[in-house]
Design a protein around this ligand. Sequence first.
Ligand SMILES: Cc1cc2nc3c(=O)[nH]c(=O)nc-3n(C[C@H](O)[C@H](O)[C@H](O)COP(=O)(O)OP(=O)(O)OC[C@H]3O[C@@H](n4cnc5c(N)ncnc54)[C@H](O)[C@@H]3O)c2cc1C
Ligand code: SF4
Ligand code: SF4
Ligand code: SF4
Length: 373
Amino acid sequence: MNLYEKKEDCCGCSACADICPVGAIRTVMDEEGFRYPQVDEEKCVNCGQCLQVCPIKRAEPGRGENLYFGAQAIDETLRGASSSGGMFPVLAEYVFQRQGVVYGAAFNEKMEVAHREAHNPKELEALKKTKYVQSNPEGTYRSIQAHLKEDRWVLFCGTPCQARGLRLYLKRPYPKLIVADLVCYGAPSPGVWASYVRYLERKSGGKMTQFYFRDKRNKDNGHTCAYVAGGRERTHSLYGDMYCRMYFANYIIRPSCHACQYCTVDRDSDFTIGDFWGIEKVRPDMEDGMGTSVVILHTNEAREIWEQVKGNLRWFACGEEDMLQPRLTGPTEAAGGRKRFQSLYRAFPFPIFRFIFIGMMSFKTLWRSVVKR
Ligand SMILES: Cc1cc2nc3c(=O)[nH]c(=O)nc-3n(C[C@H](O)[C@H](O)[C@H](O)COP(=O)(O)OP(=O)(O)OC[C@H]3O[C@@H](n4cnc5c(N)ncnc54)[C@H](O)[C@@H]3O)c2cc1C
Ligand code: SF4
Ligand code: SF4
Ligand code: SF4
């Protein structure tokens, strides 16, 4: 059985692996470092459930009845420990007050990113903050369904394709489920990230234990990376970080992201959350370098919850045109030269490849300046 024809047709959400009743699907990393599902034909009983939960085959536009807001958590410890304005931990608090469970992406001890659950604010710490690495959600959908069947509140936060995979997996609405998806630039390669971690560990002379892509201590809206390796903390600019440069230059993004159907304001989630781009123009009085969330409410359930959490936020309502940003109007374009990048990445060890990458970027800058003239 073929789950996808070309790589663009699989976002790696793993919903198919979770739904398979006989455990016939496992995910395997490809040469670009992304996981793809593989079917064991001997185990497969041709039930077709894996095709029914696929968010690429069954993408669905939202209802188009959105409300738009800018928001900052009033509790500065929540905002400071998050990447944008702290909307995610505010929603998590709402769920914890109801003895619920929160799902989000966290680093494990090998510095891989995977979804996991949190039952209290202490466990939530690992789920906070953006990780620019595709998260592995395997097992999450099944575990969420089990909690919902126990009549517990559940908050899931992830990429829009994961959120849609969850809705399809569950098949029916659950009144105590809150789905928050992210404005999404694209999923970067876990394989390239692993090479980068090994490189930084060798350079630092010890194991990496933390990596913050969006540290806010400089009050620069989280444009600083901070990591701890070999017992020592180091910081550098987000745009100076080698791995982030590869990501933002669009070399290490999953092929499906360049054809993504979820880069729109209309989604099948309750909330969409992201960075409020252009806050300095819309509400200059709120721009303090500590981050503002853009919040889109899609459902009546989200409107009801908003009424209950907005007392914990500094917020304002706005129009669609005030908060639009590129990833709400269309997918990220693949870099010209992505294929060349990938074959060079495979051919050389990372410490050497990084010099090749610096050369590629310098050539690009030079070429652009020549063309401009
Ligand atoms: C890969 C990626 C690309 C993004 N691109 C954009 C963008 O182009 N524009 C924009 O406005 N916002 C983007 N965001 C969202 C933004 O960075 C913040 O994550 C979001 O605004 C939530 O911030 P917060 O302050 O509310 O909470 P935070 O405490 O920062 O919570 C972050 C939430 O995101 C989840 N999360 C973190 N990493 C991942 C991951 N790898 N996969 C799935 N879920 C994850 C966490 O579990 C948590 O629920 C992106 C996020 C990711 C992960
Ligand atoms: S058709 Fe059914 S048994 Fe076969 S891989 Fe898909 S979900 Fe599993
Ligand atoms: S369900 Fe998800 S992982 Fe499975 S084929 Fe579809 S997109 Fe890929
Ligand atoms: S860009 Fe689209 S396909 Fe890629 S991770 Fe985000 S939602 Fe999924």
